[in-house]
Design a protein around this ligand. Structure first.
Ligand code: CIR
Length: 296
C-alpha cells in the first residue's frame, strides 16, 4: 500500500476529513508521486473473442472487425507497458462476446478488489471468470452478491478523495449501496451520482486526469457532480473522446479527436492516441479495456 494511502487511512481513522484535506492540495498534486487513483503497477486485459460481432451496442453501426480490434488492443497493451505496467493478458472468452471490456467486472482498490454484478444479463458470468485472477494477486477479494444489486465498473470513477458511482441502466441504487458497505472498512467513501440519460456508463462521459482534474462532457459536468474538482471540458462534438485513462505518466485517449487531444496536451498532460474505431461500435473506450491497480 502506498504511503499516501496509509496516511489517508490513518487520518480517516483519527476522524480527520481526508477528502477536504486532500482538496487543499494544489491542483494535480501527486504527493510522493504515489496517487492510488492513477498510479498503478498492474493491468489486466482480455483478448477480444471472435464472438465480439455479437457484442452489445446501443445503436447498430456495423460489426467490429476482429483483426483491426486486435491490432488496436495490441497498441493499447504496448502503451500500458510503456508506462511501466505489468500487463496480465487473459485469453479470449468466446462464450462472452463483451468480455474484452474487463473494466466492468471488478473495482480494484489499494486494499482489495470488489467483484461486480453486471446489469447486462449476458455479462454476469464475466465477473465470475475474473474473480480467480484477482484472488491470485490480492489478499482481499470481496463481491457484490445481492440478487437486487447491479453494478458495472464503467460506472465507477475513483478519485483520490472519493468513489463516484453513476446510476445508469446497468448500475442501480442497491448495487451502489452494497459497494459502499463493502469498501467502507477500507476507508473509502462512495458518492452516488447520475449518468446522463442515453449514455451507457458514467465514465463514458468522463475520466480522471490527475488527483484533482476531471475531463468531462458538458452534459455530465452540468449536473454539478464534479463540484470541487478542476474540470476540463470536452470540446463540443467530440463527446466520444471523454473516456480516456490516466495510467502513470500517460493519458491514453481514442484517436480521431484532434480538439480534445490539443485540449489535453495544452493542459500539460503527456498523451497517446490509440485506435478505438472497433470498440466504439460496441460503446467501448479506453477505460473498458483494462483493470488498473496495484495489488497488495
Ligand atoms: C456493453 O454494452 O456492455 C459493451 N458493449 C461495452 C462495455 C463498455 N464498458 C465500459 O465502458 N466500461
Amino acid at each position: 500500500m502506498c504511503n499516501l494511502t496509509v496516511l489517508g487511512h490513518w487520518l480517516a481513522r483519527t476522524g480527520f476529513p481526508v477528502g477536504d484535506g486532500l482538496a487543499l492540495l494544489p491542483a494535480g498534486c501527486d504527493i510522493f508521486g504515489m496517487s492510488f487513483s492513477f498510479r498503478f503497477t498492474h493491468a489486466i486485459t482480455r483478448r477480444p473473442a471472435a464472438s465480439i460481432t455479437r457484442g452489445l451496442r446501443a445503436v447498430d453501426t456495423g460489426n467490429p472487425d476482429l483483426a483491426v480490434m486486435q491490432a488496436h488492443h495490441d497498441a493499447y497493451i504496448a502503451t500500458l507497458r510503456e508506462t511501466g505496467a505489468k500487463v496480465v493478458e487473459l485469453p479470449a472468452l468466446d462464450a462472452y462476446p463483451d468480455s474484452v471490456f474487463v473494466e466492468d467486472t471488478a473495482l480494484c482498490l489499494p486494499q482489495g478488489a470488489v467483484i461486480m454484478r453486471p446489469g447486462a444479463p449476458s455479462r454476469l458470468g464475466e465477473a465470475t471468470e475474473m474473480a480467480p485472477h484477482l484472488r491470485a494477486l490480492y489478499a482481499q477479494v470481496v463481491a457484490i452478491t445481492s440478487a437486487d444489486s447491479f453494478i458495472e465498473g464503467g460506472d465507477i470513477l475513483v478519485t483520490e478523495r472519493e468513489i463516484l458511482v453513476g446510476r445508469s441502466a446497468r448500475t442501480n441504487a442497491a448495487g451502489i449501496a452494497e459497494l459502499a458497505r463493502l469498501v467502507a472498512p477500507w476507508g473509502h467513501t462512495v458518492r452516488e451520482v447520475h449518468t446522463p440519460p442515453g449514455v451507457l456508463h458514467f465514465k463514458t462521459d468522463c475520466s480522471l486526469l490527475d488527483a484533482e482534474t476531471i475531463l468531462s462532457t458538458r452534459r455530465l459536468s452540468a449536473s454539478g457532480c464534479f463540484h470541487g474538482y478542476r474540470v476540463i471540458d470536452i470540446p463540443e462534438g467530440e463527446e466520444a473522446a471523454a473516456n480516456t485513462i490516466r495510467f502513470n505518466d500517460l493519458v491514453l485517449m481514442p484517436a480521431g479527436f484532434p480538439r480534445t487531444r490539443d485540449t489535453i496536451a495544452t493542459a500539460g498532460f503527456n498523451l497517446r492516441e490509440i485506435g478505438n474505431s472497433e470498440c466504439a461500435k460496441l460503446d467501448g473506450g479506453m477505460s473498458c479495456l483494462s483493470l488498473r491497480f496495484t495489488p497488495t
